[in-house]
Design a protein around this ligand. Structure first.
Ligand code: NAG
Length: 331
């Protein structure tokens, strides 16, 4: 069986690669918005609501975050971190942290993040993602570009949608499909995730000096996610749209009959957050080696402030390119 499949797949992959070169993306991309250092302070809103994913977290407003050092910015850097100084009282909402949402919403385009460090460690659940400005969730869709929990080393890129969106088993992607249905009402909202390779998440990502993540939304292709290794010699300015389009994505979510793009995705706000425990990190605590450190995820968060010294985002830039040029042909 296996040999038979490979024999069938190889020519198919060859045809796909060849056609990608013969019929390049008709769009040209231009830089629409760029956030570096203090730009984040003006372009994003600091959310203070209870974490919708039930984390042991207390999201603080912008002034509080700046005062307590949970947010800092310079000309070239933007930091968002967890509080690593205080114990959390039993009755409290959770450990102080930050969740920010872009004021602007964006649609089709290429989003490129230059990241030096992502939050790591037991109980952490950081994410870089986007979701519909109009909603209500999951209408208009959710795209998770960076996501993982606890001491994981592989990033999960995923979509969450209304019913009627699933991904085909064979796709041109470097990562490994974890689940096919993007419908939030299926599999306890697991989403249609693709797991990226080792080194794309957590400590393993940080020890390499971070790297780049990029996401493309295109109504005639679907959604793609790339992880690009940091390489000051080959890519001193990081990847640009042409570089990305020429590479096989790490995660590919083709849209079409399997998932109508227009029905499931509209303009999204961009979100960075850092929660603890909750629906994902908390629910797998018992099967993680983190369980050796505390009986429950919540107990760990409450009683081990210094364990959060590496629970921080260090962002160099976020660039959002949008397509211009000949109108895209859509059926
Ligand atoms: C908190 O974390 C920062 C670095 O992320 C570190 O410099 C500082 O010493 C830590 N504080 C405590 C009390 O652990």
């Amino acid at each position: 069986m296996r040999a038979k499949f490979s024999a069938l797949l190889l020519p198919a992959i060859f045809v796909l690669l060849t056609s990608a070169q013969l019929f390049p993306d008709p769009a040209t991309y231009v830089l629409k918005d760029k956030f570096v250092g203090r730009d984040f302070l003006n372009g994003f809103n600091w959310e203070t609501f209870d974490d919708p994913t039930h984390g042991r977290v207390n999201y603080v407003d912008k002034n509080t975050a700046l005062q307590r050092g949970l947010t800092s910015a310079s000309d070239t850097k933007f930091f968002m971190r967890a509080d690593n100084k205080t114990m959390v009282a039993p009755g409290a909402r959770g450990r102080d942290s930050v969740r920010i949402t872009s004021y602007q919403a964006y649609g089709d385009g290429i989003y490129i993040l230059d990241l030096s460090h992502m939050p790591e460690g037991c109980s952490t659940w950081p994410a870089w993602w986007s979701t519909s400005q109009q909603g209500p969730w999951p209408q208009g869709g959710e795209i998770d570009i960076i996501e993982g929990v606890n001491i994981g080393a592989t990033n999960l890129a995923s979509l969450h949608t209304t019913p009627g969106c699933s991904m085909p088993p064979y796709r041109l992607q470097a990562g490994t499909a974890v689940s096919a249905s993007c419908d939030t009402s299926v599999n306890s909202n697991q989403g249609c995730g693709t797991s990226l390779r080792y080194g794309t998440y957590g400590t393993s990502f940080n020890v390499a000096g971070g790297g780049y993540f990029a996401m493309r939304r295109a109504r005639d292709h679907g959604i793609s996610v790339w992880y690009i290794k940091r390489d000051p010699f080959l890519l001193p300015d990081g990847p640009d749209p042409d570089f990305l389009i020429s590479r096989i994505p790490d995660a590919s979510f083709p849209t079409g009959n399997n998932c109508n793009y227009q029905d499931h995705f509209n303009d999204h706000n961009v979100i960075f957050d850092l929660t603890f425990c909750g629906d994902w990190a908390g629910s797998v605590w018992g099967t993680s080696s983190c369980a050796n450190a505390a009986p429950t995820c919540t107990a760990f968060v409450d009683n081990n402030p210094s364990a959060f010294s590496n629970a921080y985002w260090e962002i160099n830039s976020l660039k959002i390119y949008t397509p211009v040029g000949p109108p895209l042909i859509t059926p």
